[in-house]
Design a protein around this ligand. Sequence first.
Ligand SMILES: [Zn+2]
Length: 466
Amino acid sequence: MNKILENHFRIPAGMVEIKGPQSFTAESGFFRFGPLTHCYGRRWTECAKKSELSHDSASSVRSKGGVCFLPFDLQEIVDGLRYERYISGEANQRVGSLARAVYYAIRPLLPVGLRRYAQRRALRGWNHPGFPVWPVDRTVDLLLEQVLLLAMEARGLQEIPFIWFWPDGSTGCITMTHDVETKAGLRFCEELMQMNERYRVPASFQLIPGARYCATLDDVAGIRGRGFEVNVHDWKHDGAMFSSRQAFLEASARVQGCVEEWNVKGFRSGALYRNPDWISEMKIAYDMSVPTSGRLEAQPGGCCSLFPWFFATPSDTAHDRNAGSVLEIPVTMTQDYSLFHVLQEYSLSTWEAELAEVLNGNGLASFIVHPDYIRGNREQRLYLSLLEQISRLRSDHKVWVAAPAEIHQWWSLRAGMTLVRMGDGWCVEGEGSERASIAWARRSEEGLYFKVDQVVSAEGELYSES
Ligand SMILES: [Zn+2]
């Protein structure tokens, strides 16, 4: 079970040890772990006797001989969130009151602007009680941090080194992606590429091969020739690809053909319709179909994480997920479509509030902006100010702005790196380690915080600690 901590943080193997219980409840359910985290899955039978949601399962954690004993299987709980196994009508309603409780618990920590948005949304009625929590749900990340903290306590460690999440000591990451929905959108790509070039923002364009404008190799070459990335966007974008096993097998074989013909690596489904278990079977390097908090999406749910993560391969039983299986690069930001047509908003407020949350968690901010929806003057102006903001975050706050393929490459390299002792200190070994930084997870009165070695951010350390 240590593997999940070691894979996420890239801490030295064996430095902490966690174990799950011997006996589990028969049923999965929602439960609380720590003041801010709610989870879904099976629990230790003893701890589950106190079944009310207000009971904090963290009080059942024990430590003995340097080992931290958890009242659940950490990998199972994290998978329950990442693979959206918590989704089912009845279960989703039951957690409503808990999600609300969690929201009110963290409310004092939210910036005023964000709070106002939460309130306004609630008044409009779309923010119905449920899970994940709006606007950013980082339950998986918080859970992993909390367990690392408990495991360090069990070993009596004040600090532990790990390989920092992003290359060159970057404080967080931003990626821009464009899904091309129509012929008109395809025609607008030229202008969109010019806008991105003006601010030196790399981006990927997802093209539909099997319907609508039926993207050709020429379309692919035109975009790639300008230095932008291309990925496959569904097969026909008709909402059918994940509707049945048969439909999925047929469409994914077609997508596979395109991945090879176009020589691309990534995929995103139409309208983020998805089945995480099936995505893990696709022969692609990375997927971008799972939202972090999909409250405004056609298919609700979300993986509750601000970091990329590897799917398990079908034969994986050892929890040793690593480079080689499909990487999920989750959609963490509100889509332009939802911004304009659901929230009816033409300002940067929501995006700025989300960016602040995501980058404070040192996470990935991944945008979907459609060429189809930003052709109007008002929308173009808004997009240009977003690009300006991204460019400022890169220069002033040392945020890494990268295309999805670069993120995939980095995350795969990082998964292959190891921290090894060298004299009194540590060094990172493995391909790509010259871009890696050593970071420290340290215990404090308030919990866990991160410190990156030898990183000087231009504007103090606003985004370098959490
Ligand atoms: Zn689409």
